[in-house]
Design a binder for this molecule. Structure first.
Ligand SMILES: Nc1nc2c(c(=O)[nH]1)N[C@H]1C(S)=C(S)[C@@H](COP(=O)(O)O)O[C@H]1N2
Ligand SMILES: [Mo]
Length: 258
């Protein structure tokens, strides 16, 4: 993970410019107060960037079984009518396969049995929806980080796009189909999982069966339900209406960190 961030210049960029600034500050420009002030401000900015990255890797709060909501609200699509989804549901998802493709070395199609066999994590977390409600639930799923390592991300990979089975809005151009995207910091976050269980039971349809994203440092709409495909991209400009997600295309922020 740290390697990957290094490769993408996240950490290296911060470290290198800090060193550069330090050397410069100790050198010939030392006596120019104006330059010095600018340098100090830039260094402060780099520290903030570094701190921001560390903050983004921090864990979301986890709760105890006693905290689990009796009635976890289901929101948005709760029973997709889309034909391909209905067909999978009818078969109990026996022929469901999660596609992972795009900027990867080894595109994959995984059955639910294969997904259940991947390194898993269980967590009790609070889900916060922008509409102003929260619920606490227990989620079990495959950790996304190890799966990304397994498919192998290409150097240009920047975002993970989660394509979903459901459309919330009927449109001619397909832009009513739910989708969401996250960056690699969230993709590799230890609490980011592809959940197939909720509160110890098979994930219910209302909550995104057979597979939904839990990305615990983000608001509710980033947690894609009914996932059909994960596409690894360098950019999402040409997708949907270009803003990185169904709700982003309708005005919500792409970065919905909590
Ligand atoms: N595919 C899909 N994913 C989705 C939605 C949706 O309508 N379709 N709604 C989002 C919103 S706004 C929220 S708050 C959560 C709700 O998840 P829940 O039904 O498990 O509470 O799912 C998110 N993911
Ligand atoms: Mo939401």
């Amino acid at each position: 993970m740290t390697d990957l961030l290094h490769r993408r210049g996240w950490i290296k960029g911060v470290g290198a410019s800090l060193t550069g600034l330090w050397l410069a500050a100790c050198d010939r420009v030392n006596d120019n107060p104006k330059v010095q002030e600018t340098l100090l401000r830039a260094e402060g900015l780099n520290r903030k960037l570094h701190r921001a990255l560390i903050d983004r890797k921090a864990l979301a709060k986890e709760f105890t079984p006693a905290d689990i909501s009796k009635d976890f609200k289901a929101n948005g699509s709760i029973s997709p009518g889309d034909e391909d989804y209905r067909a999978h549901l009818k078969e109990g998802f026996a022929n469901y396969k999660l596609k992972i493709d795009g900027l990867v070395d080894h595109p994959m199609e995984l059955t639910l049995a294969e997904i259940r066999a991947l390194p898993a994590r269980t967590q009790i977390t609070r889900h916060d929806c922008v509409e102003g409600w929260s619920s606490i639930g227990k989620w079990t799923g495959a950790r996304l980080g190890p799966l990304l390592d397994k498919v192998g991300l290409k150097g240009e990979a920047r975002y993970l796009v989660f394509h979903c089975f459901d459309s919330l809005e009927e449109t001619l151009d397909g832009s009513g189909q739910y989708y969401e995207s996250i960056d690699l910091v969230d993709g590799y976050h230890p609490q980011t999982i592809l959940a197939y269980q909720m509160n110890g039971a098979t994930l219910p349809v209302a909550h995104g069966a057979p597979l939904r994203l839990r990305v615990e440092r983000q608001l509710g709409y980033k947690h894609a339900k009914y996932i059909s495909r994960i596409e690894v991209v360098s950019d999402f400009k040409d997708m949907g209406r270009g803003r990185g997600g169904y709700w982003e295309d309708r005005g919500y922020e792409w970065y919905a960190g909590i």
